[in-house]
Ligand binder design. Structure first.
Ligand code: NAG
Ligand code: NAG
Ligand code: NAG
Length: 365
């Protein structure tokens, strides 16, 4: 879909290298105690508490997720957990979790990288071996893994990570109701996505921001939130979001969402307070039909479906811009509610176009 040309390698590489923030190690010992044992360069005490809880090492080790990721306080964390094997030089440890903190969203990149660090730790029993790899990646953008060739940061394009989650599957799952998801994200609403299992949640929730591809903004994604204060506070500090939960109690927390998506039964519900702003009109119906048609087309891959939806969005934005009132000298043309009313559209369409203009910073508020 996108591969950096020679001219782009320089700046792209620099940006990629600056993304890593820290690495850390949490261990579970033979008596079941969980300890934070290493970090580089440093991790705050609050971050330690959060990451230790997220690793789930203190719970039944049989259920520890092998890889998970999320966002907290504007940084991404990736946690890879492993069981210590017989013969590893770690006699007092039964399980450990390797944590990477970074500024970018790229699960494939950090899963590969953390696998290399975990292997190095299992083999040597020493964080020094991991630090070597970490520093190589920070300074050179690559490291030589023992069994699997060279790990190259620049092979993990961010746009590829954005297009990895399947919008096509989501549209096929929800059919014409997918328009509720699209509209909610486009209008910068709060979405809560529920799935009973973490792996199912992570696989699906990452695709939602791709419904608004033109924004390329995965900062609104909170993949895996628990109903605890430190996480909810962080979530609420972001005015709008797409937040994944595995705790069914979240459904009763209507203060957290405008739209609730249950991935386990394919139901979408709009909270009472958001019903008016989510009213559907002809514009929605047309987009819904177009989305479903693309997604049902076996010849179309996920990336094409994302592109087709982006095309529809662009048409919509062009329509919105065409309704703008010419600006006075120097200002940019803005859409006013009065100008929209003069067009005598159906209320649902008028309401939607004005909200969209507001979400895109094109409306006079
Ligand atoms: C080596 O790389 C391949 C392809 O990326 C991957 O499927 C495999 O799991 C890797 N093996 C190890 C030991 O990292
Ligand atoms: C992404 O969205 C968030 C939340 O609206 C916003 O604060 C941030 O500026 C956006 N980032 C970019 C790069 O547009
Ligand atoms: C989601 O759907 C499943 C299957 O119908 C249902 O059992 C469950 O209660 C729903 N969960 C939530 C949180 O809505």
């Amino acid at each position: 879909m996108f591969s950096p040309g020679a001219a782009m390698l320089g700046p792209f590489k620099m940006a990629a290298l600056a993304d890593l923030v820290a690495a850390a190690l949490i261990e579970r010992d033979t008596s079941g105690d969980v300890l934070w044992t290493w970090s580089y360069p440093s991790v705050s005490p609050q971050q330690r508490d959060l990451l230790t809880r997220k690793s789930q090492l203190a719970a039944d080790p049989a259920n520890t997720p092998s890889f998970m990721y999320g966002q907290w306080q504007r940084q991404w964390y990736y946690i890879k957990s492993a069981q210590v094997q017989e013969g590893d030089p770690l006699p007092k440890v039964t399980h450990f979790s390797l944590v990477i903190v970074s500024k970018d969203f790229n699960p494939e990149k950090y899963e590969t990288f953390s696998r290399i660090l975990c292997k190095a730790y299992s083999r040597t029993g020493s964080p020094a071996a991991m630090l070597q790899f970490y520093l190589a990646v920070v300074t050179r953008g690559s490291c030589q893994s023992e069994e699997n060739g060279t790990f190259l940061v620049k092979e993990f394009d961010p746009r590829k990570a954005y297009a990895t989650g399947s919008v096509k599957d989501i549209v096929n799952r929800f059919g014409v109701e997918s328009i509720l998801i699209y509209t909610a994200i486009l209008l910068k609403k709060k979405l809560v996505i529920y799935h009973p299992y973490l792996d199912g949640l992570l696989e699906t929730v990452r695709a939602f921001p791709a419904f608004v591809w033109h924004r390329q903004n995965w900062t609104i994604l909170y993949t895996n939130v628990d109903l605890v204060e430190e996480e909810l506070e962080d979530l609420k500090s972001s005015g709008h979001y797409i937040a994944g939960f595995t705790d069914p109690m979240v459904e009763s927390r209507t203060d957290l969402y405008d739209v609730f998506v249950n991935l386990s039964d394919g139901e979408i519900s709009v909270a009472a307070h958001a019903k008016e702003s989510m009213a559907m009109g002809k514009i929605h119906k047309d987009i819904a039909m177009a989305m479903v048609q693309c997604a049902e087309d076996d010849g179309m891959e996920n990336q094409q479906v994302i592109k087709e939806i982006a095309k529809k969005t662009k048409e919509l934005l062009n329509k919105v811009k065409s309704l703008a009132t010419p600006a006075e000298e120097g200002g940019k043309p803005l859409i006013t509610l009065d100008a929209l009313r003069e067009r005598k559209m159906a209320p649902a369409n008028e309401n939607f176009l004005f909200s969209l203009a507001a979400a895109e910073g094109l409306a006079e508020l």
